[in-house]
Design a protein around this ligand. Structure first.
Ligand code: NAD
Length: 356
């Protein structure tokens, strides 16, 4: 099979880690008889430098015309003082919206080999955890009406949260379908004791749950969810939640794995064109040093194979190669014990490729 992939390398360590994932995909293609073709497009600071805009139209068109998109990361101190709508990060909202990426899948998994990196108590960490956060990505307060107005105490700022039944239904279905492929448990996180949008969220979740009698649904208030994640993360499998709650909880979940350089993500729409990226940023402090951990991006490529191309065996192969690298004690500096030897980005990529 032939698959075309748009490469958005971006800034900082972005180009280094995307190139690692490309090498892994090429090897997978060779092993399983697929042809992956890669076309680079500009995004973020690199696009600002070359064209003056963080998300050139050519990039949007190129992504739309590809089978899938692999993104590194954007941003860095060089562009930090630009106005909000000219900043590299603006390109992320732009590309999500242009591709209609309403679902963000963020796995947070504690690898047994990295249990020591988990900041939670040993008695909690030793149970391990493997959570999939399903975050609604194109609605809610990040996209609602906002502005300034005259209020009771003078000028005030406001943002509004808005969710339609359709937006909740489609993310609910993604969550239930995802749970069916895992341990058939969904926790829907809301703030239904206060927010009207959450009350609709909860109602619709339960309606859609009736279509999935084999999946167990429970409601968790967001403040409780934040506590439970650090008290007993192993209780969760799939968590589905709104844009803002998902933003916060998925960062919390990633922190308790203790290794930001390990975590991939997928953003999906109704078609199979998804965008795949590591959850971390452009790490300007280590950019160009050749020491970035490429695993989050390599695992993002595995998610691409699974969710956009339905190549589960190939995705499993990458994930098993990563497990094997970790079990063999190989580490980049971000996940190595202090003073222990560590591999460069290229060496870690070679180690994964050798195990495919
Ligand atoms: P960051 O994730 O880039 O870095 C945080 C820390 O983690 C740094 O010490 C960094 O060296 C380390 N780190 C991150 N990824 C690593 C990897 N693969 N290997 C080894 N170490 C790694 O977060 P930040 O410093 O807050 O942000 C830097 C820039 O990235 C900012 O401009 C920010 O806006 C941008 N950013 C972009 C995205 C994105 O493109 N999706 C996401 C978050 C932040």
């Amino acid at each position: 099979m032939n698959y075309s992939i748009a490469l958005l390398r971006g800034d900082g360590i972005g180009p280094e880690i995307v190139d690692s994932a490309v090498r892994v995909l090429e090897k997978v293609g060779e092993k399983f008889g697929h042809n992956f073709s890669f076309t680079p497009y500009l995004i973020g600071g690199a696009a600002i430098d070359a064209t003056g805009a963080p998300l050139p139209q050519e990039t949007v068109d190129g992504c739309k015309n590809s089978d899938s998109v692999l993104l590194g990361s954007v941003g860095g101190p060089k562009w930090d003082n630009l106005p909000g709508d000219k900043r590299p990060e603006k390109a992320l909202l732009g590309i999500r919206s242009a591709l209609g990426l309403f679902t963000n899948l963020r796995p947070a998994k504690l690898y047994p080999a990295l249990a020591e990196a988990c900041p939670l108590k040993e008695s909690v960490a030793e149970n391990g955890f493997d959570i999939m956060i399903v975050r609604e990505l194109t609605g809610g307060i990040y996209f609602g009406d906002r502005g300034y107005r005259e209020g009771k105490y003078g000028k005030e700022a406001y943002d509004t949260e808005c969710y339609s039944r359709m937006e909740i239904e489609r993310i609910a279905r993604v969550a239930f379908e995802t749970a069916r492929k895992r341990s058939k448990k969904v926790a829907s996180v809301d703030k239904a004791n206060v927010l009207e949008t959450s009350r609709l969220w909860r109602k619709v979740m339960h309606e859609i749950a009736e279509e999935y009698p084999d999946v167990e649904l429970r409601d968790v208030l967001v403040d409780n969810a934040a506590m439970q994640l650090v008290r007993n993360p192993a209780q969760f499998d799939v968590i589905v939640t709104s844009n803002m709650f998902g933003d916060i909880l998925s960062d919390e979940a990633s922190q308790i794995t203790g290794s930001i350089g390990m975590l991939p993500s997928a953003s999906l729409n109704e078609t199979t064109v998804g965008m795949y990226e590591p959850i971390h940023g452009s790490a300007p402090d280590i950019a160009g040093k050749g020491i970035a951990n490429p695993i989050a991006t390599i695992l993002s490529a595995a998610m691409m194979l699974r969710y956009s191309f339905s190549l589960s065996e190939e995705a499993d192969c990458i994930e098993k190669a990563v497990d094997s690298v970790l079990n063999d004690g190989l580490r980049t500096s971000d996940i190595a014990a202090i003073g222990a030897p560590s591999l460069s980005t290229d060496e870690m990529t070679d180690a994964v490729i050798a195990r495919l």
